[in-house]
Design a protein around this ligand. Sequence first.
Ligand code: SPQ
Length: 428
Amino acid sequence: MRFNKCNGLCGEVTVPGDKSISHRSVMFGSIAEGVTEVRNYLRGADCLSTISCFRKMGIEIENRGSVVTVRGRGLRGLSRPDEVLDCGNSGTTIRLISGILAAQDFDVTLTGDASIQRRPMKRITEPLSRMGASIESTNGCAPLRISGRRLHGISYTSAVASAQVKSAILLAGLYADGETRVTEPFLSRNHSEIMLSHFGADVRTEAEAAGPASITIRPAENLHGSLVEVPGDISSAAFFLCAGLMVPHSEILIRNVGINPTRAGILTVIRDMGGDITLLNERAGSGEPTADILVRSSSLRGTVIEGGLIPTLIDELPMIAAMACLADGTTVIRDAAELKVKESNRIAVMAQSLTAMGADVTETEDGMIIRGGKPLHGAVIDSHSDHRIAMTFAVTGLIAEGETEIPDAECVNISYPRFYEDLAGLMK
Ligand code: SPQ
């Protein structure tokens, strides 16, 4: 796909449902009793992988339009799949399902695409093994061969603030003897805690402001199916937020965006950079706060992004890094080494690709230093089949001189199948 300089982006856009919340609604609905109705389910490839895995374990899941209905069979109601469970490109699917499968009374193998088979799984297999799980892996990566076992609660301190690690352990904790406690250096996205409570689990959080957080779960007798209204994904909205700020003469209203504070760090960064955004119509749905966001083109200044802010905007950092190229002054991103183990090494890919477009970017061990203000020019960008990289450069191509080409642009299907149509719909 090719992108050229644009004169302005104007109008309204409604981004698709939140990926993290969509995954969890089907997973938790499958092990709950009764029906879970999910509205605004994300129909991206990752969330379809989650549906496919649970169908293979005997769960009836209807998928009509944006409503998904899950007929849960209870904590012990999954059946042994006849085949390997393919999690596709989805880290959330493979890591969270592992926590559930560790406690079943059958054996199962989980795998995924080439990217998933490179991503680290020791971060979940190690704590789950401590709980009594039996998991074999190849050099700490997928495929994972899980033999269900009786589990016991543990108190675990995670080196990384990762919602996938935390959620895998909490899900195993539902089945364990005794309490399970996970401590993370900073609170990562808390959709599992919110939704598990909503489904009747006993989950408690103790979090220090900008410090460690501990989450405790008690074993459950059962969960009850529920209605889940999925807000729009702030990680998808991020591309329009930054596009609106970066492209001159723009004004975009982004409707129904989830603004859970554990996800909304990008709003803090935009304000720190002097960006013009306004939150309208703030409301709460299924425990997840939502708002419409109005964004206008702005002159931006550099900032420092670090510490406890990082987990609240981890997936937005590629887009933020590109936006920082336009800012006055230097932007420093640190404490973000986790970016190296996503769908691609997002530090290396961003530094190389932005440099190819003329930006002044230095790659560091745990982030980037971006000296803003250098004019950007078009380039051919290898997205490494990473949806967030492809969307970042589609937006960056709108402010560069000349043409930007993204050859494997269709990888946006992972989280935002209509992305290019929605972006084109805003062009003047
Ligand atoms: O699911 P996957 O592939 O890991 O997706 C990504 C993404 O960019 O969409 C990361 F590559 O999002 C993760 C996110 O980075 C989704 C997620 C979740 O739903 O729990 C949590 C974050 O990962 P982590 O490792 O920090 O928990």
